[in-house]
Design a protein around this ligand. Structure first.
Ligand code: CP
Ligand code: NVA
Length: 351
């Protein structure tokens, strides 16, 4: 129901700290299939979404712009050099003004507090397009990719598609995933943080290695770990955390990493390259660490060779490009649900 959706969203990809994994079955695959048949929802018809991006982006921006178009609306890219925000105008005033003209805001910010502040003052839904702490829409694409590739993990794929309600909605038929062991080797950054608060809730186990471990310099900020504990994701052996990449990949069905130097950390590059020695994902690391021999590789991109070598990145284990493509269908589902179905006059989500 709408109140249920709204309650879920306020703790989810909309504003807050946790992804809404139900958005994957809810919409993403429907859009992928509907788009192939040229029958997507037009829920953004005559609506505009402001893309308030203070950092670079390839995938998230393109996914957002193309999604808005397919849903019948328009995305306005507002980079930090384009608008008054941060120079002549406060987030509070900016949110109010954009919210008076657009029907949603998709914001990529520096410090996480910036997107919280926008959300606090915006009259329209605000979705986090990446912040210092979280990257919720990335995890939706990762989940869709894993579900689509469920057969690789030993589960029989879907039942046949139900085409009887084609013009109204697509019945979502995502192959079920068996419980997976997902290893993350690298920096505790925004992408991992959303994995921490999402994967254990879906029955998958996480094994993480960062230099210095969870309490060390490259471990999660307090705000992130508090959220992990609040959601009880650390319970039932949901998360193992150590310092040794080889130990982390033990039994892993999926191995994931991210850049060692996130946007904004460029000044720390030399120190980080030194501290992350031994953390590159390679065939050798995973063989010696005892990963599942059929392990697959994921990465949010953009990627540098430091964190994963070419053999893995371009090899048959790699799901990175389908994962990147899936940013579009998942962001489309988010826009449709969170912005397209938002009724500004009623201050509520329409059915
Ligand atoms: N994965 C991701 O968010 O990529 P971009 O920074 O290119 O948007
Ligand atoms: N952790 C990376 C993710 C990029 C998509 C960053 O914040 O730069």
């Amino acid at each position: 129901s709408v109140p249920q959706i709204k309650r879920l969203l306020t703790h989810s990809v909309y504003l807050k700290h946790t992804t809404a994994p139900w958005l994957v079955p809810h919409g993403s695959l429907s859009f992928k299939r509907a788009n192939a048949l040229r029958l997507p929802s037009q829920s953004l018809f005559s609506k505009s979404v402001a893309l308030l991006f203070s950092k670079r982006s390839t995938r998230t921006r393109i996914a957002a712009e193309t999604s808005a178009t397919i849903l019948g609306g328009r995305a306005l890219f507002l980079g930090k050099e384009d608008i008054q925000l941060g120079v002549n105008e406060s987030p509070r005033d900016t949110a109010r003004v954009i919210g008076g003209m657009c029907q949603g805001i998709f914001a990529r910010v520096g410090d996480h507090s910036e997107v919280e502040e926008l959300a606090q003052h915006s009259p329209v839904p605000v979705v986090n397009a990446l912040s210092s702490l979280w990257h919720p829409t990335q995890i939706l694409a990762d989940l869709l990719t894993l579900h689509e590739n469920a057969a690789l993990f030993g589960e029989s794929p879907s039942t046949p598609a139900d085409t009887s309600r084609r013009r109204v909605a697509y019945k979502d038929i995502l192959p079920e995933l068996p419980p997976l062991t997902v290893a993350y080797v690298g920096d505790s950054a925004n992408v991992l943080h959303d994995m921490l608060v999402t994967f254990p809730r879906l029955g998958h186990k996480l094994r993480v290695a960062t230099p210095g471990g969870r309490e060390g310099r490259y471990g999660p900020p307090t705000a992130v770990w508090d959220r992990v504990v609040e959601l009880e994701c650390d319970k039932n052996d949901g998360i193992w955390w150590g310092t040794d990449p080889k130990e982390a990949v033990q039994g892993a069905d999926v191995v994931v990493t991210d850049t060692w130097i996130s946007m904004g950390q460029e000044a720390e590059a030399a120190q980080r390259y030194q501290d992350f020695q031994g953390f590159q994902v390679t065939e050798e690391l995973c063989r010696e660490g005892g990963a599942n021999p059929e392990w697959k590789f994921m990465h949010c991109l953009p990627r540098k060779q430091n964190e994963v070598d070419d053999e893995v990145f371009y090899g048959p284990r790699s799901l990175v490009f389908p994962e990147a493509d899936n940013r579009k269908w998942t962001i489309m589902a988010v826009f449709d649900t969170v912005i397209g179905k938002w009724d500004i006059d009623g201050d509520r989500w329409a059915r």
